[in-house]
Design a protein around this ligand. Structure first.
Ligand SMILES: [Zn+2]
Length: 427
């Protein structure tokens, strides 16, 4: 009897292993391919992205990498051929590629975890789930009188959009009655995770929160507003179902495969340029400006503190670039561009000294592509914040969005070094 039970158990586990092999959490990417494009890639790649046929993986176009969904393979091939752009298949089937990668790294990577009631440290060896991030943020704010946590609103899947506020540190010896807000030298706004697949951005931001809180220098005299995960629905979807997911998860159409809005095209400043009104596109701008709960929540919170804001920094990946506005136009020059470039170079030099990782200071529209409706453009154009940047973190394309978690700590260190140098110039 015992033998029978054992063999039944074995059979069941063999069956479930076989099932796991045929159907994994990468099914959404089954048949998707990665292509390398060569020739006059720029306009046609953006055009096909706006039509929902391609997903540009390398905004700087240094490697011309694109993801082509299974259902668009033929049409994309035909249009590219007509336009004289050659393509080479780098990955035949993205689902198989990710499954192989997972199998290879299993066992070789440590998997950190934390207790629901105490998650004292942001992870350095793996990417946190959204729930773990919430535990960490709650714990951080309970442990410091300077930090407070507020939900700016709920996503369409009912997750919270958390903002941590760090009040300026006070020296009680010097000014026991002092009001830290009156003494504040201004405020910095940090946003991360607006694009679901850019996992490193939120991981780094959680480490930045700790550094900001521990800082005993001038930076501690600033107010800081930090939203480490703008798009938790998209993030969880990218963790569980589609590693290349970019948008949020609100249903805007009847088509099941065309879900979500590109939150970094949904802000109301030169709305529409470089974006798409096609809901199947990776850069779908939404049905109107601020149509999304995430952008509404951020807009309202930023508007409340706009007079305080000295710097708005939006963390993304990848490409190792510090981008300055405008994104909406190649010809219009943003006010204080010289200052944006000069102080941006202070960031780059300090980041390079920290870990020998090179970043480049680049204009969005001229250096990458026209992109409007971004946090960066809106906070400068509408709120009038002098210094607004989009920071594209590691790497330069070798792993791209699939950047391994061993980068979390070194990347956090170089961004912290860069941010300190930048803030010292600005305040
Ligand atoms: Zn991004």
């Amino acid at each position: 009897m015992a033998v029978l039970a054992l063999s039944l158990a074995l059979l069941t586990s063999v069956a479930s292993a076989a099932k796991a092999q045929t159907s994994t959490h990468h099914e959404a990417l089954r048949g998707h391919q990665i292509w390398h494009l060569s020739g006059e890639v720029g306009t046609v790649a953006l055009e096909l992205t706006q039509k929902g046929l391609l997903d540009m993986l390398d905004p700087s176009r240094a490697s011309g990498k694109v993801r082509v969904p299974f259902q668009s393979l033929e049409e994309a091939r035909r249009i590219l051929q007509e336009r004289g752009v050659a393509h080479q298949i780098l990955t035949e089937d993205l689902a198989t590629f990710l499954e192989d990668q997972e199998r290879r790294t299993k066992g070789s990577t440590k998997s950190e975890s934390c207790d629901p009631n105490a998650c004292p440290k942001p992870f350095s060896d793996s990417y946190m789930t959204f729930e773990q991030m919430e535990w960490f943020l709650k714990r951080l704010c309970e442990s410091s009188p300077r930090a407070s946590l507020a939900s700016l609103g709920k996503t369409s899947e009912n997750r919270d959009i958390w903002m941590v506020r760090l009040r300026p540190k006070m020296d009680p010896e010097e000014d026991p009655e002092g009001d830290p807000e009156e003494d504040a030298a201004g405020a910095v706004w940090i946003e991360a995770g607006i694009h679901a697949r850019e996992w490193i951005s939120s991981a780094v931001t959680l480490h930045l929160l700790e550094k900001l809180l521990q800082d005993t220098g001038d930076i501690g005299s600033l107010d800081a507003y930090v939203v480490p995960m703008v798009n938790p629905d998209g993030y969880e979807y990218s963790r569980m179902h589609n590693r290349f997911w970019r948008k949020n998860r609100r249903k805007t159409s009847t088509r099941a495969d065309c879900v979500g809005v590109d939150l970094n095209r949904n802000w109301d400043f030169h709305y529409g340029a470089g974006a798409s009104d096609n809901e199947c596109s990776e850069v779908f701008m939404g049905t109107e400006p601020f149509s999304e709960p995430e952008t509404k929540a951020l807009r309202d919170a930023m508007t409340r503190v706009k007079d305080q804001l000295k710097l708005v920094l939006c963390l993304h990946s990848y490409g190792q670039r510090l981008l300055y506005p405008w994104g909406y136009s190649k010809s219009d020059v943003a006010p204080y561009t010289d200052d944006l470039v000069r102080e941006g170079n202070a960031f780059v030099e300090a980041a390079q000294r920290s870990d020998n990782t090179s970043y480049a200071v680049t204009n969005v529209a001229a250096g990458l592509y026209v992109a409007s409706g971004t946090t960066e453009d809106w906070s400068k154009g509408v709120l009038g914040v002098k210094y607004t940047y989009t920071l594209e973190l590691r790497d330069k394309g070798e792993h791209g969005f699939l950047l391994g978690p061993s980068n979390i700590l070194p990347c956090s260190e170089e961004v912290w070094a860069g941010l300190q140098a930048l803030l010292k110039k600005i305040i």
